[in-house]
Design a binder for this molecule. Structure first.
Ligand SMILES: *[C@@H]1O[C@H](CO)[C@@H](O)[C@H](O)[C@H]1NC(C)=O
Ligand SMILES: *[C@@H]1O[C@H](CO)[C@@H](O)[C@H](O)[C@H]1NC(C)=O
Ligand SMILES: *[C@@H]1O[C@H](CO)[C@@H](O)[C@H](O)[C@H]1NC(C)=O
Ligand SMILES: *[C@@H]1O[C@H](CO)[C@@H](O)[C@H](O)[C@H]1NC(C)=O
Ligand SMILES: *[C@@H]1O[C@H](CO)[C@@H](O)[C@H](O)[C@H]1NC(C)=O
Ligand SMILES: *[C@@H]1O[C@H](CO)[C@@H](O)[C@H](O)[C@H]1NC(C)=O
Length: 297
């Protein structure tokens, strides 16, 4: 997995800051200074524990045996499933990134099951976020509610674009791309997946972005899921940042100033042109401007 290792090193070099936004879970992680390599797990021991050799454990293993293949075989690289009966029923969802191939998808979901059972050992509820895939299993039927995107991770590039107006211009450009990519993803009827690219300036020649929802969501629900995490986390974490991402089980997005997805971008925005120098105002216009101003008083 040379590419994953490269991505990891890149994240380390960029000094990613990671914060867990556990809005439904009862606790909140403080932002962690410095990088933490993927995968990122959300464990929930408050949701209860299972024991070695239990029916619950057998049901997790049954899902681990089938879901990687089911996700990788589906056109949208998505699978959900349930195993067992109450009170030991386990529900699970796996989503691979839209630009992942079938073999990487299956390998990622299988690894996510293994990692979850180690990193969230004996927790009935666990979520794993990795670059190529997302996995959650739980004793609660969270599959029924496609708009429940609770339990999220936010990470941002610790560098700053630059001070003042330049940062605001960058934020406007990246925000435009992120929003357009979210529109694209919601409008994709089979995969709910979008990638985008926008030319920017000499320092950041291009901005790249990606957005995805689970493909069992309606277009409007997908767009509103993305709008929610964009609105909630952009002002809080991504102001003046050259990269950031929000992971949720139902929708996720990411933007960077380097290429991080495979294949050509599905959406190409026109380059952002450097602001044209303001033309020297003519005397008449100046007069009109002043007149307008005085009239308003
Ligand atoms: C699950 O186990 C952890 C420690 O392994 C413990 O802290 C937690 O309270 C347990 N949860 C429940 C609901 O019993
Ligand atoms: C995988 O898909 C098959 C065929 O649809 C289904 O019978 C099986 O239950 C699925 N496995 C899981 C773990 O959901
Ligand atoms: C699938 O993707 C991985 C990682 O990008 C790559 O190493 C592998 O060669 C690809 N496999 C196929 C069959 O395209
Ligand atoms: C689904 O989850 C969302 C978010 O947690 C919640 O607002 C909504 O009421 C839930 N819908 C149902 C039908 O439970
Ligand atoms: C970016 O700006 C923040 C807030 O002003 C500051 O705390 C942080 O150290 C800066 N990061 C870098 C890498 O300069
Ligand atoms: C992107 O959309 C959000 C609402 O979803 C809005 O608050 C923000 O201003 C938009 N950004 C740009 C640059 O259009």
């Amino acid at each position: 997995m040379a590419t994953a290792a490269m991505r990891m090193r890149r994240s380390l070099a960029l000094c990613y800051h990671l914060t867990a936004a556990l809005l439904l879970l009862a606790f909140l992680h403080a932002p962690l200074a410095g990088a933490q390599p993927l995968p990122w797990q959300l464990c929930d021991s408050a949701a209860g524990n299972y024991t070695e050799g239990s029916a619950y454990q057998a049901n997790i293993r049954a899902l681990a045996g089938g879901l990687p293949r089911n996700a990788s075989a589906s056109p949208a690289l998505f699978a959900k499933g349930a195993a067992g009966a109450a009170p030991d029923a386990v529900y699970a969802l796996a989503l691979c990134r839209g630009d992942t191939n079938a073999s990487s998808c299956a390998a990622c979901v299988a690894a996510a099951f293994r990692n979850a059972q180690q990193l969230c050992a004996f927790n009935r509820h666990a979520t794993m976020f990795d670059d190529p895939c997302i996995l959650r299993y739980s004793g609660q039927d969270f599959l029924a509610n496609v708009t429940d995107n609770s339990g999220r991770f936010v990470a941002f590039n610790g560098n700053n674009v630059s001070a003042g107006a330049a940062a605001a211009a960058f934020d406007a450009a990246s925000g435009r791309l992120v929003n357009a990519t979210a529109d694209y993803a919601a409008g994709d009827p089979t995969r709910r997946f979008g990638t985008g690219e926008e030319g920017y300036d000499a320092t950041y020649p291009k901005i790249y972005s990606l957005a995805q929802c689970t493909p069992d969501m309606e277009a409007a629900d997908c767009r509103s899921c993305l709008r929610d995490i964009i609105e909630k986390f952009t002002p809080q974490y991504f102001v003046g940042k050259p990269g950031g991402r929000v992971f949720g089980v139902r929708c996720n997005f990411r933007f960077e100033t380097y290429s991080f997805f495979s294949g050509r971008p599905l959406l190409q925005l026109p380059d952002v042109l450097p602001p044209a120098p303001a033309p020297a105002p003519a005397a008449a216009e100046e007069g009109e401007f002043l007149k307008q101003k005085t009239n308003k008083k």
